[in-house]
Each structure stands twice: as C-alpha cells, then as structure tokens.
Design a protein around this ligand. Structure first.
Ligand SMILES: *[C@@H]1O[C@H](CO)[C@@H](O)[C@H](O)[C@H]1NC(C)=O
Ligand SMILES: *[C@@H]1O[C@H](CO)[C@@H](O)[C@H](O)[C@H]1NC(C)=O
Ligand SMILES: *[C@@H]1O[C@H](CO)[C@@H](O)[C@H](O)[C@H]1NC(C)=O
Ligand SMILES: *[C@@H]1O[C@H](CO)[C@@H](O)[C@H](O)[C@H]1NC(C)=O
Ligand SMILES: *[C@@H]1O[C@H](CO)[C@@H](O)[C@H](O)[C@H]1NC(C)=O
Ligand SMILES: *[C@@H]1O[C@H](CO)[C@@H](O)[C@H](O)[C@H]1NC(C)=O
Ligand SMILES: *[C@@H]1O[C@H](CO)[C@@H](O)[C@H](O)[C@H]1NC(C)=O
Ligand SMILES: *[C@@H]1O[C@H](CO)[C@@H](O)[C@H](O)[C@H]1NC(C)=O
Length: 496
C-alpha cells in the first residue's frame, strides 16, 4: 500500500477510535492532583438514633410520627449501623483507594438539645474515632456540618426560618472547628440549600414538610446564606491560620436545557431559581440574589396582594458579608431537565408560580429502569455554565450518583459513572473548567429520605434484612476502584 494511503487509513482509524470514546481524542487521564472520594451523611447511615446521649432531630421526629410519608415506612433508627460499624466502613474506603471521605456530623449527637451548651462527649468521641482512623489510613476528611438532621427543638422554634438559627448554627460550627479542626481538611457548611429549604419548608417532600412554598423556603434560604457566611468568617479569622483547611458550601445543581431555542430565558430562569439564588450571593462579584429572581418574586408577590416581596432583602453590609465566602464551589449533580416558558395565572403563593416556567426530566425513558437518567452532556453543560456565570471558580463535585433497586452487578450505575466521568474530563480538557475533585454518592446503600431503602445509590450493597448489616461490593465498587487506581476512565459497557 502506498505510504499516502496507509496514512489515510491511520487517520480514519484514529477518528473512529475518537468517536468510539464519544468525542475527539482527548486524554482521559485525570490531572495529577485530581481527588476522588465517596460521600455519606449522618442520618442516612449512622443509626443509633437514641444511643450515647444523642438527642432527637427532625428526621427522627418525622419518621416516627409520619411513617406513611416514607415510601416503605422505614426510618434511620438503625440504617447502616455505621455508629457501630465505622471501622468496617473505613476499610471499604481503603479498599477503594479514595483520597478523601465526605461525611456529616449529627448536630444532636454533639448538642443533644440542639442548643449550644452541654456538649455530649460521647458524640465528640465517635467523630474523633472516625477522624483518627481516617488519618491513620491517609484518607482526607471532608466534613459536612449540616446535612438536614436539624435538632427537633430548633425546628419547634421555626428551624432555619428563625433568624436566631444563625447564632445557634455558628456556635455549633465553632464547637466542630474546636474539636475536629486539626484533622479536617475540608469543611462544608451546608448540604444542598435548595433541597434544605424548598423541599423541607416549601414543599412537603422532606422533613419537616412545612409546605409553605414561596414564603418559608425563601426565609430559610436567607438565614442559611447568613449562617453559612458566619461559619466561613469564623473559620477564616480564627481557625484557618492554625489548621490550613478549606471551607465551602455544597449546592445541588441540575441542568435545565431549553425545550426549544426560544425557551433559553425560561431555562436560565429555572437555573437561577434552583441554584443561582444560593450561588449568586456567594460566588458572583456583585453578590446578592440574581436580578431575575428578585424581579419575578417581587412581581408575583404584588399580583398576589403582598405589600412587599416575599423574598427577604439583604442590606448592603449583608451582601458584602456573604460575598466570596466559599473557598471553592461544592457541586452536587444528578439529572438533566427540559424547561419551557409557562406563564401561570394562578395567584396561589408558591415558589413554582414565581418561576413562571415548567420543567421535566429530559430522559425519553422516564421509567425507573437501569438505563434512564443518564445524560452526561447535561453535566458538562452545567460545569461550563458555572464557570461562565461565576468567574471560573474551582469546582469540587461533592455528589454525583445513580439509583437502582438493588442489583449487585449494577451495570447501569457503571454506565452512569463512566459517562459522567468522561463528561467531567471533557469539561476539564476541552472547556477548561477547573474541576478539582469528584465524589461518588454514595459509599453504600442507605436511608434515602422520603424514598426509604428502596432507592439505592450505593456502590456497596448493604443487606438491611440482616441484623449485622453486611456490606458487599457491587460491580460499580470495582469500577470506581479501577478508575482511581488507573487514574483514567477504564473501559466499561454502556448499557444505554
Ligand atoms: C495523559 O495525561 C496524563 C496526566 O496529565 C499524562 O501523565 C500522560 O502522559 C498523558 N498521556 C498521553 C497519551 O498524552
Ligand atoms: C431507643 O429506641 C428504640 C427503638 O428504636 C427503643 O427500643 C429503645 O428503648 C430506645 N432506647 C432508649 C435508651 O431510649
Ligand atoms: C500514609 O502516608 C505516609 C506518607 O506518605 C506513609 O509513610 C504511610 O505508610 C501511609 N500509611 C498508610 C496506612 O497508607
Ligand atoms: C417541547 O418541545 C417539543 C419539540 O418542539 C414540543 O413538541 C413540545 O410540545 C414541547 N413541550 C412543552 C411542554 O412545551
Ligand atoms: C479571609 O481572611 C483573609 C486573611 O485575613 C482575608 O484577606 C480575606 O478577605 C478573608 N475572606 C473573606 C471572604 O472575608
Ligand atoms: C412567556 O410567556 C408569557 C405568557 O405567555 C409571555 O408574556 C412572555 O412573553 C413569554 N416569554 C418569552 C420569553 O417567551
Ligand atoms: C440478606 O440477609 C438475609 C438474612 O440474613 C439473607 O437471607 C439473604 O440471603 C441476604 N441477601 C443477600 C443478597 O446477601
Ligand atoms: C486498572 O484497571 C484494570 C481494569 O480495567 C484493573 O485490572 C487494574 O487492577 C487496575 N489497576 C490499578 C492500579 O488499579
């Protein structure tokens, strides 16, 4: 074969190889300092709900009083029993070869009443044991201060809608920094402001299910942002020089794609209402809520007969106090939705009417099957949007994952992780997004809030009918281990 032709064949082969990988040939090796981890949260895994001095939190209260609101009428009383099995959990992390482990503190294990007096040293001791064992295994600790299990007594005072929450939260944060700061490299102040406020105070999806949409959710978000900033400043002024850790917030962001080109403004409005509302005050150079959010809520409030906007206002001092208070952006991502402009004429007060848009899961296969919900390009677009909207922040992916109903050979999950990790690498290498870390949600099957134990996100299977709660690696655990070990997306079957 003449040289020229051989060369053409070579080029064609390279092109085919590149397309086979879903795009032009990029190096699918993770950058040298890129970090991998998995995540959990206290209420979802610990169990021991009333042991060793722990007080009652909103999830204890909710699941005990309204079992019918949980899909399978279960609760987190025992969950994965990690309160007793943390050593085994850390073995799993070691086996996976992760760089870090993200877990959360149970507020009422540390302050049983919720109020910041009378520290429960058994609670402190439990987290000390975890932090020491992680350190002994060279696993960096990433600690979430608040992952939804609010002290029930604070809830009775209005929870996050009470401005006094900020002071209680700050004292709780100070206690955590004091006791654990020497061993915690990454702090997360709050997990998912959107779910915390819109699903718990606005909707009735998560505890305590207040259902005061358009009012309680905005009050919650307002105080959450101030409490976040207070904890950030406390750490920045008092603990950072000693411990050299980082502190940030973890915001859940789904991708909203316009259903048609003329829906771009509507899709962006949904993004701003979902996460711009919490990102913009912290990450934009001007601070405060996004203009479109302020404008739509003010207009709708007025149509509904309110004399002032239902969205609380920040003072100029507060805007400055909140601006810039996150060392990186923690990002949780799961799904892609389509969005369209939908003007609602309803005058019922509701977050959803404020948006004047509607959205739905983009997957053409909306059934709960293994192959639904895998939209990696949505993840990549989200990363690019965050880069462009907020001055190119460092992004730490603090959650990404996939549910199924319990397969140990979980090929759907592997297909999800493989494609999302490739999309992430494309964002790094092609779009120059500064993604510094990736966290798989979740280490093991656990209590998935209102969905009970039926929806499983774990890369380890937990047998909840066995009192010992044995953990069994799923196929995805081996996949993640191989990705980490090879620092590249090792080959996998796309089942979609
Ligand atoms: C891919 O990137 C990694 C990390 O930057 C580097 O070590 C490796 O040599 C690269 N491989 C190729 C084929 O370019
Ligand atoms: C803890 O709760 C369990 C039910 O989950 C109950 O059987 C047990 O008596 C309680 N223990 C204490 C010390 O209250
Ligand atoms: C942890 O890392 C240190 C320094 O890199 C090393 O000496 C030690 O053997 C490691 N320990 C474990 C348990 O991997
Ligand atoms: C979404 O776009 C498709 C294609 O243009 C259209 O058929 C459909 O009606 C749109 N859906 C909504 C809810 O606007
Ligand atoms: C954090 O502290 C440093 C050093 O004191 C200061 O320069 C910086 O402005 C502080 N960050 C914020 C967001 O206040
Ligand atoms: C959205 O819909 C409303 C009501 O139908 C309309 O007034 C508005 O112009 C639409 N906006 C866009 C950008 O299409
Ligand atoms: C779970 O545990 C029960 C009770 O010990 C046992 O019968 C069952 O086989 C276990 N299931 C799996 C998948 O290991
Ligand atoms: C790399 O991945 C392969 C499977 O693709 C696996 O057999 C091997 O053990 C992995 N290597 C490391 C260092 O993890």
């Amino acid at each position: 074969m003449p040289l020229f032709n051989m060369f053409s064949v070579f080029i064609i082969l390279v092109i085919f190889a590149a397309f086979d990988r879903g795009c032009w040939a990029i190096n699918y090796t993770f950058p040298d300092n890129f970090l991998f981890g998995t995540a959990t949260s206290s209420y979802q895994i610990e169990g021991a709900w009333n042991e060793s001095g722990k007080g009652e939190n909103t999830w204890d209260w909710y699941t005990h009083n309204y079992p019918e609101r949980i899909l399978d009428r279960t609760n987190g009383d025992i969950a994965c029993d990690s309160y007793h099995k943390y050593e085994e959990d850390i073995k799993l992390l070691k086996e996976l070869g992760v760089d870090f482990y993200r877990f959360s503190l149970s507020w009422t294990r540390i302050f049983p009443s919720g109020f910041p007096n009378n520290v429960n040293y058994e609670g402190i001791n439990y987290y000390n044991k975890i932090l020491n064992l992680l350190a002994a295994n060279n696993i960096t600790a990433m600690v979430t201060l608040f992952h939804w299990d609010l002290p029930q007594r604070l809830m009775e005072l209005g929870g996050l809608t009470n401005p006094r929450f900020i002071a209680f939260y700050t004292e709780y944060a100070r206690t955590a920094f004091e006791f654990f700061g020497d061993r915690v490299k990454y702090w997360l102040t709050f997990n998912e402001p959107f779910q915390t406020c819109m699903f718990s105070y606005g909707d009735t999806r998560l505890a305590p299910a207040l259902g005061m949409s358009g009012i309680a959710d905005y009050l919650c978000g307002h105080n959450l942002l101030k409490a976040h900033a207070a904890a950030y400043h406390l750490y920045n002024t008092t603990y950072r020089s000693k411990y050299e850790g980082k502190i940030a917030i973890s915001i859940s962001a789904e991708w909203f794609e316009p259903n048609n080109t003329y829906d771009e403004a509507a899709a962006d409005r949904v993004r701003q209402f979902w996460y711009g509302i919490h990102m913009h005050p912290i990450f934009s150079s001007e601070g405060d809520y996004p203009e479109v959010v302020k404008e739509y809520i003010a207009t709708q409030s007025s149509l509904e007969g309110y004399k002032r906007s239902r969205l609380p206002q920040f003072t100029p001092d507060e805007i400055n106090y909140i601006k810039g208070t996150s060392d990186f952006m923690g990002l949780n991502h799961y799904n892609t939705y389509l969005a369209t402009n939908a003007s609602s004429t309803s005058l019922e007060t509701s977050y959803y009417n404020d948006i004047q848009a509607s959205y739905w899961l983009s997957s053409s296969n909306m059934e709960d099957s293994d192959t639904a919900r895998i939209v990696p390009w949505g993840f990549r677009k989200l990363l690019v949007w965050v880069k462009n909207t907020f001055n190119d922040p460092e992004i730490f992916v603090t959650e990404n994952g996939y549910y199924d109903f319990g397969d140990i050979d979980d090929r759907g999950r592997i297909s999800f992780y493989g494609q999302y990790l490739e999309a992430l690498l494309e964002a790094i290498y092609i779009d120059n997004v500064k993604v510094i870390a990736y966290t798989a949600w979740t280490l093991m099957d656990n209590f998935e809030w209102n969905l009970g134990y039926e929806y499983k996100y774990g890369i380890y299977y937990v047998n909840f009918t066995d009192p010992d709660r044995p953990r069994i690696p799923k196929s995805s655990a081996y996949f993640i281990k191989n990705v980490i070990g090879n620092r590249t997306v090792v080959s996998y079957d796309r089942v979609v």
